[in-house]
Design a protein around this ligand. Sequence first.
Ligand code: EPZ
Length: 418
Amino acid sequence: MDKFVITGGAALRGEIPTNGSKNAALPALAAALLTAEPVTLKRIPRVRDIRTMQRLLVDIGSQAEVEGETVCLHTPQIVCPEAPYELVKTMRASSLVLGPLVARCGRARVSLPGGCAIGGRPINLHILGLEQLGARIHQSHGYIEAEARDGLRGAVVHFDRITVTGTEDLMMAAVLAKGETILRNAAREPEVVDVADLLTKMGAQIEGAGTSTIRIQGVEKMGGAEHTIIPDRIEAGTFLIAGAITGGDLAITGCNAGHLDALVSKLQQAGVDVTQPDGGTLRVLGGGKLRSVDVTTEEYPGFATDLQAQYMALMTQAEGIAMITETIFENRFMHAQELARMGANIRIDGKQAIVAGPHELTGAGVIASDLRASASLVLAALVARGETVIDRVYHIDRGYERIEAKLARVGAKIRRVE
Ligand code: EPZ
């Protein structure tokens, strides 16, 4: 199992390019199942979760050609409409093949994801929506089996709570349903909009993506397309915080600054100098006195839950008390006790983490528990006095492409130990 060895204290300086969004690429790959024609996707990040999804699609019947960040998927026919437990347990986003499979071939057998470090991660809302589109679904042996022999038919689906992949899954199911589907209380994330853009290029008729009501007119057939994935706003946000926490001077290039308004606003309130030289670049000038600023995670355009752990690391260095409230997942403070072992003063009270600062962090042996918690530990290690060893960095490899190379290039003392 790989580890990171990090010696803190270096102020990061220079430019970091942003990769394509993992959370836009995953549904885009699944969307390729909707057509027998080739779909070419560009700016696909080379991270573990993408490789897992590619393997799943090949098992289902896709031919995948990967050249750098371009993936061409061709699924002349669905050979095995299944997402087995072995794959789903490593990546719950595998449930994104559910909608496309039922829409394309009238059936799907997908393992229930089971929980993960940050919460129960149910997919009941995906299932409920598919039933409303006419699929018959039953559950046995840890799998759900969906069937729609006569195809799906449009319906009004109201999500009890906002779900990003639930919205994406149902949008992909609805594009081939007979008639109109309306998704209410839909997720508004940029990744949802990006999937809708790809589906539209493939021939779908979709209105309202990015708002909480999405209307889809079903079509007979979906065609091939070529599409470039949006930049990864969570990767870009993570590096913005890296610049702030080390007191450096970093330009994050190739990002979509507009997707990071909530984070940028909080950083500026906290005393971090963030500017936007152009639409694709955000520059962070750290070094000023950091002030504690409260944050509550919310669905987009609110403060992203995927940046909560990284922001907590920053608040350990801020003057005052920061109240961090996590409203999306039930167990997303796993990083707090590891940060505390490095010297942070954090108290957890239900959905709230109270961070008192500033407290000097010192290097320690810590363990990564999930993707964004790992990023939080890397950020803390960059500012800690001495050496930190982070174990189980396979978590971070799920969503960040060669993060150690990107950070080392701007002055971080970080190396991967096999
Ligand atoms: C997506 O997960 C992202 N993953 C997550 O990013 C992100 O944290 C999350 O959205 C919230 O923004 C991908 O896009 C691949 P949800 P998703 O369905 O879709 C509950 C990362 O670090 N819920 O929006 O699984 C659920 O338990 C990952 O890149 C149900 O109850 O999240 C959660 O509490 C982590 N029933 C809340 O809704 C359902 O059927 C939001 O979950 C579905 C969800």
